[in-house]
Design a protein. Sequence first.
Length: 590
Amino acid sequence: MVNQLPISCDKTIRSRAVERRIIEIDLSAKTVKESPLPENYRHLGGRGLTSSILSEELDPLSHPLSAANTFVIAPGLLAGTALSSCNRLSVGAKSPLTGGIKESNSGGVTGYRLGKLGIGAVKLTGVYEDGDCSWGIKISADGVSFEDLQEISGRGTYDSAGYLLEKYGKNAGLIITGPAGEMRLASACLSVNDMEGEPCRNLGRGGMGAVLGSKGIKAIIVDDSAALPPDATDPEALKELIKKFASMLREHPVTGGKFAEYGTVMNIAALDALGGLPTRNFSKGSFSGAQSINAETLRDTIRERGGLGAHACMPGCVIRCSNKYVAADGTPLVGSVDYETVCLLGSNLEIASLDQVAELNRLCNDIGVDTIETGVAIGVLAEAGLVSFGDFEAIRSLLEELKQGTPLGRLVGSGAEICGRVYGVRRVPTVKGQGMAAYDPRVIKGMGLTYSRSAMGADHTAGNAITLGIDHSDPDVQLEPVRELHVRTMVLDMLGACIFTGRVSLDKTEILEEMVRVLHGWNADFDDLRGIAREILLKEEDFNRRAGLSKPHDRLPRFMYEEKLEPTGEVYNIPDETTDRLFDFSGSGA
């Protein structure tokens, strides 16, 4: 077990006028303690901080929905500034979906507001009252208070957000538990509001909504109205750095153009062409209706209807990959329609209508369930014959059942693995109990390493191999690039930087060094950041091993090794011995 991170004594953080603080809330005792972050956590943020706290302080054998589980909220190290795309928020806990350690992150405004308040982490333990999900926690410059939210108990996230913004101010940052979280369903997510107040930036994967719901918390409200921006060791240098980084992003052809034009949905065409677009419950790799749901169609539809493309989900973002999708009559429907959702609720279910995908997306958001897990779960149920692929009304009715909390609805909300067991389905695309994201690993083989070995389960954000400039079909060239990708992704997650910024910052890593130095006074080079990232990855794996997850859990489902994927005929063929070496950092460059 690793207990200390490799920070040499001459590179420790120098004191700032306002130190980042940790707020520890014992919900059972109704006590709040605020203190400076402990020394061993002071150089950590985001996923690095959530995973360190869980690994070092939580019993891995705790039941995920018990009072013993710890729920941690941590903005990235750069949060609270106007650095573009650097205000992401992480939450972590033991996952009710995977049984292991979990981190989920999102954009929106809440990470920024916590950063402005100088808060490095919020740690929740215990259960408030009897776990009745009708309470809130308000965090502001004045401290922490418990709020009575009986008025919105059981209500969807859209109604809840409207109520909370009216009560606490339109600029409040929110983390909302939806009805699925109140029901403690394993696919329940948490909703974070964007700059317009819409609760659409989701802490999506791993059932974090069920954990917060089990603790009796309907919402967390962050009010930074009386806060000042975080101190920098050199404020003038920070202003120049903000301008410099924004210019770098604007000058890059993808972060400065394609994302604003097409959003993440541009992956539809790319994956369809490669034959790795999950279709019909991962039984095919291309979709005949792909053109109807691709990026060009999305862009043109939004423009024709007066919706909003090139939208920033968080303060200061110049990439603007988000959007606001509207119905045919111009009525706002959902923001944002993104690739993973279009694939898993679209091609995976053989739905070739953006309007239908957007409606399912909004329903998932309002209920508070992960669109990825839900799309995979419904694909498994369609495989079982419960609904037909492409039958929008039948699929929509499953979400209505979920909203009502019927036995069938609760099954859908329990995730793809449980759906497959109940209905005896062989083709269940999960790892560690979590549904696969929108890249078939038989074609994008590096994703197979990520799905297999990530402590988070089949989660693309831990190491999205589609971004690597390698031959995705060659099993022999994946290991070292994917290993380094996981390390570099962890660095971005610790900083709270959107992974899309990596197209610039990971090629010119001195910009990340400058960010940490200017904001925190820490003279770290990129190898220092990589060293911390490797330690966190090992801590996450150690937690999972102590929780009972072993090598057999680090494997793709057997059908992917045996069943050829149309139209390429590919199977997954990276050897287990290679998979087991992914986090072997000996000889991987300091």
